[in-house]
Design a protein around this ligand. Structure first.
Ligand SMILES: NC(=O)C1=CN([C@@H]2O[C@H](COP(=O)(O)OP(=O)(O)OC[C@H]3O[C@@H](n4cnc5c(N)ncnc54)[C@H](OP(=O)(O)O)[C@@H]3O)[C@@H](O)[C@H]2O)C=CC1
Ligand SMILES: CC(=O)[C@@H](O)[C@H](O)COP(=O)(O)O
Ligand SMILES: [Mn+2]
Length: 380
């Protein structure tokens, strides 16, 4: 039996992880969850799975749940609650599916508590990749990717030596606006941006996909997870999201991982690794699909991708600024306070004024994250 602590249980990844856990009651047991403000869903998860610890964002919600479920469940809240869920005694694996860099501190605590990490929360590696990977090495902890592209690369690397890799090729669907010109992007709406062509995901990552920042974050994520230089990480436009990513080896052999766009596949792989289990989902009908498309990525069209490569290559606190500015800008776009193209403008402004700190520690990262958010709010 594998005991799972699920951070972000009420989100898109969280609820799909719950489906996987429910499908295999003989293999997995949910011991702890964290959630934000979706308390109705928390109630349902408690009834369905009876976790031993439940962490929510707000104290009032925590008190309400305590009164409703007087049994042996421990209820907690806030940043401390998230950490308690991340270090829960019973947990063998912590599946981090919260949104944003708020996932960093609980990940660090889980690593120090020697928990295996299933990582969907890419912002954690973007903002502090060297610290997270350094701690994982120090404590002998596996970071198992959940992000579909990174799970694909991880699968393509099984049994291979990293020294033989010549490049990683990360596929990108192109997002909701892949067929629009930059001129047309001036007038797009929140509602249009939220219509991803292939995946049903949380609102923040869906906007990241439309701006191509999602791919930028994924390039940085791949750099840290697989220790590959940025020069050897390429992004390829692939509309169908059937090939989830590829690895080219130095003999020019290319290994790819394919599958229907269903996040339960990489979620389950992280939970069962190095084994696999049956998953009831649609098989890949390549004959029905017929043709797969590939296009070169246009860096001028997708400015956020260029900003992410530049920030990643500069290193230090630059990716922290990129991520924090992006989180604030996307939140503002979702609240309809700014236009779509304002997102990249705000990120660029935040990056331009930043004095980079090289080899920042966790305290420096947290300070830069806080300061960047404060600055970008003043620009709204
Ligand atoms: N969705 C997908 O298919 C994919 C997602 N990812 C990554 O996985 C992560 C989660 O994405 P997704 O599931 O789409 O996001 P969602 O927005 O659907 O879910 C986010 C989860 O985090 C919780 N949460 C949000 N803010 C806070 C906070 N400040 N403190 C504590 N908990 C919080 C939410 O709680 P509540 O809703 O209760 O308020 C919810 O449980 C992201 O990093 C994303 O980039 C990666 C690949 C694919
Ligand atoms: C499912 C997943 O992993 C997302 O990160 C997905 O990749 C988003 O699609 P884009 O390729 O449009 O960014
Ligand atoms: Mn992805």
């Amino acid at each position: 039996m594998k005991y799972v602590s699920l951070l972000g249980a009420t989100g898109s990844i969280g609820t799909q992880a719950l489906q996987v856990i429910k499908e295999h009651p003989d293999q997995f047991r949910l011991c702890a969850i964290s959630a934000g403000r979706n308390i109705d869903l928390v109630r349902k998860i408690i009834s369905d799975f009876q976790p031993n610890l439940v962490a929510v964002l707000e104290k009032e919600d925590c008190e309400r749940l305590k009164a409703e479920f007087p049994s042996g469940i421990k209820f907690t809240y806030g940043k401390h609650g998230l950490i308690e869920a991340a270090v829960h005694d019973q947990a063998d694996i912590v599946l981090n599916a919260v949104m944003g860099s708020v996932g960093l501190v609980p990940t660090m605590h889980a690593i120090e508590a020697k928990k295996t990490i299933g990582l969907a929360n890419k912002e954690t590696l973007v903002t502090a990749g060297h610290i997270v990977m350094g701690a994982a090495k120090k404590f002998g902890v596996d970071i198992l990717p959940v992000d579909s592209e990174h799970s694909a690369i991880f699968q393509c690397l099984q049994g291979e030596s990293r020294e033989n890799v010549s490049k990683l090729i990360i596929t990108a669907s192109g997002g909701s606006f892949r067929d629009l010109s930059r001129e047309e992007l001036k007038h797009v709406t929140r509602q249009q941006a939220l219509k991803h062509p292939n995946w049903s995901m949380g609102s923040k990552i869906t906007i990241d996909s439309a701006t191509m920042m999602n791919k930028g974050l994924e390039v940085i994520e791949a750099h840290w997870l697989f220790h590959i230089p940025y020069e050897n990480i390429e992004v390829l436009l692939h509309r169908e999201s059937i090939i989830h990513s590829l690895v080219e080896y130095k003999d020019r052999s290319v290994i790819a991982q394919l599958g229907t766009p269903d996040m339960r596949i990489p979620i389950q792989y992280a939970l069962t690794y190095p084994d696999r289990m049956k998953l009831v989902t649609k098989g890949l009908g390549l004959a029905e699909i017929g043709i797969l498309h590939f296009e070169k990525m246009d860096m001028d069209r997708y400015r956020c991708l260029k900003l992410a490569y530049d920030a990643g290559m500069r290193g230090g606190t630059m990716p922290t600024v990129l991520n924090a500015a992006n989180e604030v800008a996307v939140e503002a776009f979702l609240k309809e306070q700014i236009s779509f193209l304002n997102i990249e403008e705000l990120i660029e402004k935040a990056l331009e004024r930043h004095n980079v700190i090289d080899q920042p520690d966790l305290a420096a990262i947290e300070e830069v994250d806080r300061e960047t958010r404060k600055h970008v709010y003043t620009l709204l």
